[in-house]
Design a protein around this ligand. Sequence first.
Ligand code: FCB
Length: 452
Amino acid sequence: MSIRLHAHSPLLNEAFCFGVATASFQIEGGIEHREPCNWDVFCQQPGAIADQSDGAVACDHFHRWKEDFALIKSLGVDAYRMSISWPRVMDANGQLKQEGVNYYIEQLDWLNANNIKPFITLYHWDLPQHIEENGGWLNRETAYLYEQYVDAITQAFGDRVYSYATFNEPFCSAYLGYELGIHAPGITGTKNGRTAGHHLLLAHGLGMAVLRKNAPNALCGIVLNITPTYPASDSAEDIAAAKMADQILNQWLFQPVLAGSYPEAVLTEPEGAAPPVEEGDLALISTPIDFLGINYYTREVYQSAEGELYQAVPEKTLPLTDMGWEVFPQGLTDVLVDLHQRYTLPPLYITENGAAMPDTLQNGEVMDTDRAEYIQTHLQAVENAMQQGVDIRGYFAWSLLDNFEWAEGYVKRFGIVYVDYQTQQRTLKYSGRCYQALLTERRQSERQEQRA
Ligand code: FCB
């Protein structure tokens, strides 16, 4: 097993951007150098995190980032996608915290000096706790606080950033955090989920306007996750259930951003849970973006059920990752082509794709051929979508490092680099070596072409 693409693959074109991705709370630690956030508090709730862990140390990236950046460079990637911790760079009075700002500026300068494009996510779920205590994303005011944060931090960064994403997966913040309660802050209820979702989208719109002003040369957009929905059978009922799940779980966030409206089902089902839209919100939310980031991991199958709009089929029929997610590369092609047919899309980047696997470190090696195969087949799926006319400009492996996998704690490993949490030692896994080999080969063939 290796990660290989055929010689004429459009992914081998030098304009196609390969990268690795991380997020602040999942890797940084260094909590004594920042304000508390919603996830610090959520982790303390009994039963919230599978292994009762938290983000206090994580991969200790706060202290080890230079070592980690050297690893990133050794992979030969074009870009690094990372997120900014809002509570690291801003205090409760809305003033920038210079130590935190300098920490990121040093990183940005390092990346630029080493020819690695910084793809910055401005919000990957770590909300300052004082804002959470004021209602968090249930409070419309949070969108305006976010706007101020974006204004201050992007001025401080100047022109160091290649690409900004306003948000990572508002679906997870809203649905998992405020509707199912399995992510911070652990609140439940459909109305809460839809309210939080709307305020996150509003903040995205407000953030885009600030980015246009402060970062006119950056590639700006948002990152949305998508899990394509398939019917359990050919019956009209199951097909309708899968469509309904798609409307409520996926198009809930895609449609407002890309077409300036909510799906009908989101406005009407269930009664009283419609997003709190005010005049002008949808125009802001749908302001044009330069790129759309897509995070893809798996599919979901739905059936109809008495008294419910849809029901996920619990039995899985395909090979599973360690998360219990089905491995289904075809779903990535399907969903990209579907989005392309549904909307007028900006260029797409696959901003996350990868798999948790039951890795073991043996004799200093992790032979994760399963993960290498996952990446290989999903790169092929990206290529297939490109061949059907979808404009895709890049692919980021999730993740650079094994890290704090939210409610799953440290048990699930997504890295192409293994982290021993006792010693903080990093070991490039087999999949990482394959990724590196692919990128090295690509560079070599580019050089040969230039010479020819
Ligand atoms: C995504 C998140 C990312 C990571 C992966 C596995 O939903 O954006 O932080 O946890 O899932």
